[in-house]
Design a protein around this ligand. Structure first.
Ligand code: GLN
Length: 509
C-alpha cells in the first residue's frame, strides 16, 4: 500500500511543493485505494477521476514552473454530495435529484479548485443531509472503517469514512445539527462546524438555511485548520455570509497552547443516556487540558434540554420550504409525465417517488408546524427557545472562553439498530444541536476509544461566534497531549480493511 495515503495533508502539500512527490502520483494513490476498499465502505457516490488528474497535472506544471501555491495545492479531497460541482451529478443522496449535473460550482468547490486542491469525487450522505447514520441515503449506507457493521455517523458519513479508510486526506462536510461533528466523533476524525456565515452556502443544497454551515473534515487538527482557511471568508453570493476577516485558525492550530484558557464543562451534556466509555474518555480529555494549563469552570445551560425539541420544529419548517422546489418541473426526476396526468399529479407522483421516508416525514412535520393556527404554538415557541439557548451560550461565554462536552452520547451504533426509531436516531445530536441553533462555532476532535467497544469517542469544543480559532487551539492542544500519551495518532489504530486486488495490475505509475 502506498504510504502516501496515510500521510497528513499538510505534509502531502509540502512533498508536492518541494517536488518530492507529484500531485498526479498522490492522486493516483488515492484512486487506487478507493478502488480497493470502497466496495466495502461505500463512501463515494461518484468519482471525478478525469477532472482530478487534469487538475493534479496542472498543479504539478505550475510548481515545476516555479509558481508558489498555497499549502494544500495538489492535495486530494472528497466533497459531500450536497455541494454543486459541474464535473459530477449532485444528488444529495436523493432519487429526486438522481443524475442531476449542476450547471455551476458552489463557492466552496471554486475555492478548493483555486487553491489547487484535487477533488476525487462526491461522498455519500443521508438524503438531503437528514439523518445521523447515512442510512437514509437512497444509494445505500456507508460503513464505518473501524467496524464495517457500524454506522459512520451522518449525515456526512461518506466524508468521514473516506478519511478513516484512507481514501482521502481531507473532506468537506456540512452541519445543520451535527453532520460534521457526529461523523467525525464516531470515525475518530476531526470535524469543525464554523461560525454560521463563516463559509459560503452558495451552491450547497439547502436543508435548513438558518442552521446549515459547511466546514472541514480531516484526520488531524492542523489539516482541518488549513482547509478551513481555504474555504472560509466573505462571499457576496451568500446573503448570510459575514464580511469580517477569517479567524486565525491555522495559527491557533500551530500554537496549541491552552495556558490560562477558561474551559467550561456543560453540566447538562452528560449523565443519563450517555455511554460510560464516552464520559470516561471525555473526562480524561478535560484532565489533559487542565494538565496543559487550562482552567476549569462548571457551567449550566438549562435550556439545552429543549434544544432537540426546538430543532425538530425549526429545521423541518425550513426543510418544508426548501424542498418545495423539487416538483419535477425544473430539474431532477419527473414521474407520470405521459400526457395523462395534470401538472399537479405529476408533482405529486414525482415527490411520492423521489423523496424517501425521512424527507417526507420532515416535510409533513414542517408544513404542519407552520400551518395557520399552529404556527405560534410550534414554530413560534421553538424560535423563542432558540433565543433562550443563544442566551445560555452568551452567559456561559461571560465566564469561560470555550465550552466542552462529548460530541455525541454514544459511539458508532450498528447499521439497522436505530433506523426504525426516529427519536433514538435524533438523540445522536443532543450535544451538537445547540451550537447550530445559536450559530456559534464548534468542532469534534478524537479523545480515545471507549472501553466497552473499542470505538472512537469525540470531544466537542464550542466557541463564541467568530472565535473559531479557539476550537483549533483547544483541539490541537488535546491532540498533542493525547498523542504523547498514546505514542501515535488515534487513526493509526484503524483496523486494516481487506483490500480487493482488482486494481493490483493497474499500479500507480
Ligand atoms: N442528524 C441531524 C438531522 O438529522 C443533523 C443533520 C445535519 O446536520 N445535516 O437533522
Amino acid at each position: 500500500m502506498s504510504e502516501l495515503i496515510r500521510t497528513d495533508a499538510s505534509e502531502l502539500g509540502q512533498l508536492i511543493a518541494s517536488g518530492q512527490a507529484s500531485s498526479v502520483e498522490v492522486t493516483r494513490a488515492h484512486f487506487e485505494r478507493i478502488a480497493q476498499v470502497d466496495d466495502d465502505v461505500h463512501a463515494f457516490l461518484a468519482l471525478t477521476e478525469d477532472a482530478a488528474l487534469a487538475q493534479a497535472a496542472r498543479v504539478d506544471e505550475r510548481i515545476a514552473a516555479g509558481e508558489k501555491l498555497g499549502p494544500l495545492a495538489g492535495v486530494p479531497i472528497a466533497v459531500k454530495d450536497l455541494l454543486c460541482y459541474t464535473q459530477a451529478p449532485t444528488t444529495a443522496s436523493s432519487r429526486i435529484l438522481e443524475g442531476w449535473v449542476p450547471p455551476y460550482n458552489s463557492t466552496v468547490v471554486n475555492r478548493l479548485i483555486d487553491a489547487g486542491l484535487v477533488i476525487l469525487g462526491k461522498t455519500n450522505l443521508d438524503e438531503f443531509a437528514m439523518g445521523s447514520s447515512t442510512e437514509t441515503s437512497a444509494y445505500g449506507p456507508t460503513h464505518n472503517p473501524w467496524d464495517l457493521s457500524r454506522i459512520p455517523g451522518g449525515s456526512g458519513g461518506g466524508s468521514a469514512a473516506a478519511l478513516a479508510a484512507f481514501m482521502a486526506p481531507l473532506a468537506i462536510g456540512t452541519d445543520t445539527g451535527g453532520s460534521i461533528r457526529q461523523p467525525a466523533a464516531v470515525t475518530g476524525t476531526v470535524g469543525v462546524k464554523p461560525t454560521y456565515g463563516g463559509v459560503s452556502r452558495y451552491g450547497i443544497i439547502a436543508m435548513a438555511s438558518s442552521l446549515d454551515q459547511c466546514g472541514p473534515d480531516a484526520r488531524n487538527v492542523l489539516d482541518a485548520a488549513l482547509l478551513h482557511e481555504v474555504i472560509a471568508g466573505y462571499d457576496p453570493r451568500d446573503s448570510t455570509s459575514i464580511n469580517v476577516p477569517v479567524p486565525g485558525v491555522v495559527e491557533a492550530a500551530r500554537r496549541a497552547d491552552v495556558k490560562g484558557l477558561r474551559i467550561g464543562v456543560v453540566k447538562e451534556l452528560g449523565g443519563e443516556g450517555y455511554a460510560p466509555g464516552v464520559e470516561k474518555r471525555v473526562g480524561e480529555a478535560i484532565d489533559a487540558l487542565v494538565a496543559a494549563g487550562a482552567e476549569l469552570v462548571e457551567v449550566s445551560c438549562p435550556h439545552f434540554e429543549q434544544a432537540l425539541a426546538a430543532y425538530y420544529l425549526i429545521m423541518p419548517a425550513e426543510v418544508s420550504s426548501n424542498l418545495a422546489r423539487y416538483d419535477g418541473m425544473r430539474y431532477g426526476l419527473r414521474a407520470g409525465d405521459d400526457g395523462t396526468n395534470s401538472v399537479e399529479n405529476v408533482m405529486r407522483l414525482t415527490r411520492g417517488k423521489g423523496f424517501g421516508t425521512e424527507a417526507k416525514r420532515r416535510i409533513i412535520l414542517g408544513t404542519y408546524a407552520l400551518s395557520a393556527g399552529y404556527y405560534d404554538a410550534f414554530y413560534g415557541s421553538a424560535q423563542k427557545m432558540r433565543t433562550l439557548i443563544a442566551r445560555d451560550f452568551a452567559a456561559a461565554f461571560e465566564v469561560c472562553d470555550v465550552l466542552v462536552s462529548p460530541a455525541t452520547p454514544t459511539t458508532a451504533f450498528k447499521i439497522g439498530e436505530k433506523v426504525d426509531d426516529p427519536l433514538a436516531m435524533y438523540k445522536s445530536d443532543l450535544c451538537t444541536i445547540p451550537a447550530n441553533l445559536a450559530g456559534i462555532a464548534a468542532g469534534s476532535v478524537p479523545c480515545g476509544l471507549a472501553d466497552e467497544d473499542g470505538l472512537p469517542v469525540g470531544f466537542q469544543v464550542m466557541a463564541p461566534a467568530l472565535a473559531d480559532d479557539r476550537i483549533y487551539l483547544v483541539a490541537a492542544a488535546l491532540e498533542h497531549a493525547l498523542e504523547a500519551k498514546w505514542g501515535a495518532p488515534l487513526w493509526s489504530r484503524i483496523p486494516e480493511l481487506s483490500v480487493s486486488d482488482k486494481t493490483s495490475d493497474k499500479g500507480d505509475k
